[in-house]
Design a protein around this ligand. Sequence first.
Ligand SMILES: *[C@@H]1O[C@H](CO)[C@@H](O)[C@H](O)[C@H]1NC(C)=O
Ligand SMILES: *[C@@H]1O[C@H](CO)[C@@H](O)[C@H](O)[C@H]1NC(C)=O
Ligand SMILES: *[C@@H]1O[C@H](CO)[C@@H](O)[C@H](O)[C@H]1NC(C)=O
Length: 180
Amino acid sequence: MEYYSMFLILFIISLSYCLANATNIVTDTCMNISKSDPDYIKYDFCVKTFESDPRSSNTSIDGLVEISFNLSSSKAISISTTIAQLLKDPKFDPFGKSALQACYEIYSDAPDDLQAGLEALKRGDFSTANVRVSGALDIAPDCEDSFQDKQGEVSPLTKDNSEFFQLVDISLAFTVLLKK
Ligand SMILES: *[C@@H]1O[C@H](CO)[C@@H](O)[C@H](O)[C@H]1NC(C)=O
Ligand SMILES: *[C@@H]1O[C@H](CO)[C@@H](O)[C@H](O)[C@H]1NC(C)=O
Ligand SMILES: *[C@@H]1O[C@H](CO)[C@@H](O)[C@H](O)[C@H]1NC(C)=O
């Protein structure tokens, strides 16, 4: 019984140590990232984003970089799928369809931009990384704009665009933070 409770206590101590460590890398990084762009990157969104990937709990800053770029690319791919479905929806008139088509085209470039950005970041080429990721950052506002050209047209992608923008902004923050 004594051994058993000692084991339990040790287990709890090491577990809380692990959890504390896990929270630290994510919360520390998100603290730094949200400070770097307080208008657009909300600390809570950043923490929630990384916590959505279980690998964040046991990783280094390099791991978080990969996870961030991975989440940004995955979101771009899922938005493209959403747009492809919306394009088949008869409720969109020709204007709406052409706006969706424009979004589809720019979103299809996102994975390449993000991949090239990540590779540049890994080899320490921060300016190329920044240019490529900035390209991906323009996609969401550009897509949103394509619906604003006609009065009364409502973008069906506002929520997705906003989420993609924030995810990419986190990826972009790494191209600035890691340079220091
Ligand atoms: C956060 O920023 C501080 C101060 O610049 C730095 O010492 C620390 O290593 C950074 N933490 C992470 C996880 O990037
Ligand atoms: C992740 O966990 C394993 C096993 O506990 C450990 O060996 C490794 O160092 C951890 N990796 C990081 C980056 O913390
Ligand atoms: C993200 O990571 C997962 C797991 O490693 C991988 O299967 C997936 O293809 C990645 N997605 C992208 C878009 O890179």
